[in-house]
Structure formats: structure tokens, C-alpha cells
Design a protein around this ligand. Structure first.
Ligand code: UD1
Ligand code: UDP
Length: 368
């Protein structure tokens, strides 16, 4: 008898983590895997493009929850997920990462006494002002299967009292996706099509509320990027949260000076393969994204992280990540330093071996 597993996803970073798990469960057989999309992210370039590029099947249920304040968004997702789970009665619910859809999925399942598996359990920034820290801690607390990406996550969970027999260090499914798409990605000519040369530009992505929802912070970032763009071309695919803040507070920022020695080149969010091709060819990446800190470490691209803390401390030790804090002068200085330095050597990082999802499927096949 096939066991039904429901994966709950909703936001951009969930999709790259889901893709290899879906493939591994289907390849192994013995499972009926259903995908529920909460609709937390809904623009084509924040959602559907990843299903197309990563060959993820069309979700079986679309909940169309949309945007809103945390309580409202999480509450709507909780209500809608509960309805699906009551009808489907799966043997297991899988949730991914640390977004509001992760929290809603975990809560809906545990209240219905359905076992929960958390893919990317145990990451901790130890900063509860980040909504993601709340989401991941609660999801871990109610999960029966804690699938971790790096040994540091196991240590975090054990320190919090999680039973050891619930923790499975499987590796990073985000890097599984990257490894399997890398051949295709290398063949793309994304930089050239944007008028850029490999090794001669910087990529920026920013969406953390602490950076972009704080007017002073955003003003400082705009000024620093403007300055840095005088020394090297900067490409900035703009997240919708950031786009909304720029439109509201600084509608003239970067106006009339795009690229080519002027200001940063702003684009819509990019599809996965184009985005990774862009960071692969870049001299350095400036970001506050969790996924990008890991992807740059895997690819050996210097990463400057515009945050005071990171849940991905190992990328600063084993990888290419540097926390530069939030001082505006640090941005231009760090970009200058990165341009002066060479390309760091790529070192093997625990969990970055491309087989995390296979391990998840194997563990579930044996024990579920
Ligand atoms: C969410 C996650 C964050 C993750 C990020 C990845 C939470 C609490 N936050 O943040 O952890 O790093 O996704 O990208 O779950 N919007 C659109 N189109 C869309 C989606 C959003 O225009 O398709 C706009 C809306 O104005 C919305 C805003 O972006 O209010 C923020 O979206 P939301 O999902 O609430 O948070 P993110 O900042 O995307
Ligand atoms: N990403 C993308 N296009 C972009 C920006 C990011 O495909 O324009 C990918 C990126 O490679 C990574 C994922 O989106 O795989 C990370 O998502 P995001 O930064 O939105 O969320 P976080 O990882 O911070 O939660």
C-alpha cells in the first residue's frame, strides 16, 4: 500500500528544497506524494518559474493565501491547510525551511495528529526578532522527523532537548537542486545578455525586513550601492518586498543611471537557472538571503552578508560567507576588499553532496 506524504510549500526558497525531495520520493516508489502550495508567493517569477525550471509537478492543491501581516497570512494558511489534511489524511506532512507557510503546515498537521517532517531543521540565528527564527523553532518543536542540513543543526536541536532519535543529518536539499541543475546553468549566457562580463560584476539581493523595511537602513544601502556601482557594475534583481519599499519611500533611487558605470542595474526577480548563472560569474555577491549564503559557498563565490547574525555560521567558517553587519560604510568597504581579493578556494562542506533528498526518501521508506 502506498503511503501518502503531503509537502507544504508557499514561498520562493521552498521550491528548490522541495524539487529533489519530490523526485526522490517518486523514484523510490511506495509513496503517493502530494504538493500543497499555500500561495504565500504568487507572482510568476516568485513561484511558477521554479516549478517549470526544476520540473516540479503542478501542486495538487493551491490555497491562494496571498500576502498579509504575519498573523493573517499564517492563520489563513493554517485554516486552508487543515481542510486539505482532513480530507487527504496523509501518513506524513513535510514542511521546508522557515517561512510562514512552514509554520502553518507544521501546526495544522500536529493538531490533527499527523506526523510532521521538517526539512532544514535545527538552523538557529538566536535572534527572535527574525520571523524565520520563530517559525523554525516552533516547526522543530512539533516535528517527529528533524531532517538537518549540517551537523551544527544537530547540535542546536540536542541543546534544546530534541530527542536524538528524531534527528537525521541528511544534508542540504537546496544544494541537491543546485548540483543537478549546474550543467544546464553553466551553459547559459545570462551575463553576456545583460551586457556583463564574467568576473567583472557584483550581484545584490536584499529582502530582510531589518534591511528594507527600515527607512534609514534602506537609504544607507541605496547610497552605498550607488557609490560601489561607480567602481564595478552591480546587478540587483529586486524582491517584491524591496520593490514596494523603494517605490514608496525612494521612487527616484537609481533613476536614470542604470548599469555601465552609472547606478546599479535593477531587474525583476530572476528565474533560478539565470540567477545562479549570474552569481556563478560574479566577482562577489552582496545579500541577506539564507539560500544565497549557501549557494555562493558551494560555488566558491565571495559572499558579503548584510546581517548582524546568521543561522548559517558554518558558511562563514567552511565556505565563502562574510557577515558584514549593517553599517552602511561596511558595504562599500567590503565590496572594495572583495574586488581586491582573489576567488576563494572551494572547500567541501558537510551536507553539500547532492544526496540529501535521497537520504530523506530512504529513511522514510525504511521507517515511516
Ligand atoms: C518571505 C519569508 C522569508 C523568505 C522570503 C523569501 C516569512 C515570514 N518570510 O519573506 O523568510 O526569506 O519569503 O523570498 O515567511 N509580494 C509580491 N508578490 C509575491 C510575493 C510577495 O508582490 O509573489 C510582496 C507583497 O507586497 C508582500 C511582500 O512582498 O506583502 C512580502 O511577502 P511575504 O511572503 O509576506 O514575505 P517575504 O518578504 O517575501
Ligand atoms: N533566487 C532566484 N532568483 C532571484 C533571487 C533568488 O532564483 O532573483 C533563488 C536563490 O538562488 C535561492 C532562493 O531563491 O535558491 C533563495 O530565496 P530567497 O533569497 O528569496 O529566500 P531565503 O533563502 O532568504 O529564505
Amino acid at each position: 500500500m502506498q503511503k501518502t506524504i503531503v509537502s507544504i510549500v508557499g514561498a520562493r526558497p521552498n521550491f528548490m528544497k522541495l524539487a529533489p525531495v519530490d523526485a526522490a520520493l517518486n523514484t523510490r516508489g511506495g509513496f503517493r506524494h502530494l504538493i500543497v502550495h499555500t500561495g504565500q508567493h504568487y507572482d510568476y517569477e516568485m513561484s511558477k518559474v521554479f516549478f517549470e525550471e526544476l520540473a516540479i509537478p503542478e501542486p495538487h492543491h493551491h490555497l491562494d493565501v496571498g500576502s498579509g501581516p504575519h498573523g493573517e497570512q499564517t492563520g489563513k494558511a493554517l485554516t486552508a491547510i487543515e481542510r486539505v489534511l482532513m480530507a487527504v489524511k496523509p501518513a506524513l506532512v513535510l514542511v521546508y525551511g522557515d517561512v510562514n507557510s512552514t509554520l502553518a503546515g507544521a501546526l495544522a498537521a500536529v493538531k490533527l495528529h499527523i506526523p510532521v517532517g521538517h526539512v532544514e531543521a535545527g538552523f538557529r540565528s538566536f535572534d527572535l526578532s527574525m520571523p524565520e527564527e520563530v517559525n523554525r523553532k516552533v516547526a522543530d518543536c512539533v516535528s517527529d522527523w528533524l531532517f538537518t542540513s549540517h551537523p551544527v543543526c544537530d547540535e542546536n536541536l540536542v541543546r534544546e532537548g530534541a530527542p536524538r532519535d528524531r534527528i537525521f543529518m541528511v544534508g542540504d536539499t537546496l544544494i541537491d537542486s543546485l548540483q543537478s541543475a549546474l550543467g544546464r546553468i553553466r551553459a547559459l549566457d545570462t551575463p553576456a545578455r545583460m551586457g556583463l562580463r564574467d568576473g567583472e560584476y557584483v550581484v545584490v539581493t536584499l529582502h530582510r525586513p531589518s534591511n528594507v523595511d527600515d527607512r534609514q537602513s534602506l537609504a544607507a544601502i541605496i547610497a552605498a550601492l550607488g557609490e560601489a556601482a561607480r567602481t564595478i557594475p552591480i546587478v540587483f534583481p529586486v524582491h517584491p518586498r524591496t520593490r514596494a519599499r523603494l517605490r514608496e519611500w525612494f521612487p527616484d533611487a537609481f533613476a536614470g543611471e542604470s548599469g555601465k558605470g552609472g547606478g546599479p542595474m535593477l531587474t525583476d526577480p530572476l528565474g533560478y537557472t539565470q540567477f545562479i548563472r549570474l552569481i556563478l560569474g560574479s566577482r562577489a555577491v552582496l545579500t541577506d538571503s539564507g539560500g544565497v549564503q549557501r549557494e555562493t559557498s558551494f560555488l566558491g563565490v565571495p559572499c558579503l552578508t548584510l546581517r548582524e547574525t546568521t543561522e548559517l555560521t558554518y558558511t562563514t567558517i567552511e565556505g565563502t560567507n562574510r557577515l558584514i553587519g549593517k553599517r552602511p560604510d561596511a558595504i562599500a568597504d567590503s565590496i572594495r576588499a572583495a574586488l581586491a581579493g582573489g576567488r576563494p578556494a572551494v572547500r567541501p562542506i558537510a551536507g553539500f553532496d547532492g544526496h540529501a533528498a535521497d537520504r530523506i526518501a530512504a529513511i522514510l521508506a525504511e521507517r515511516l
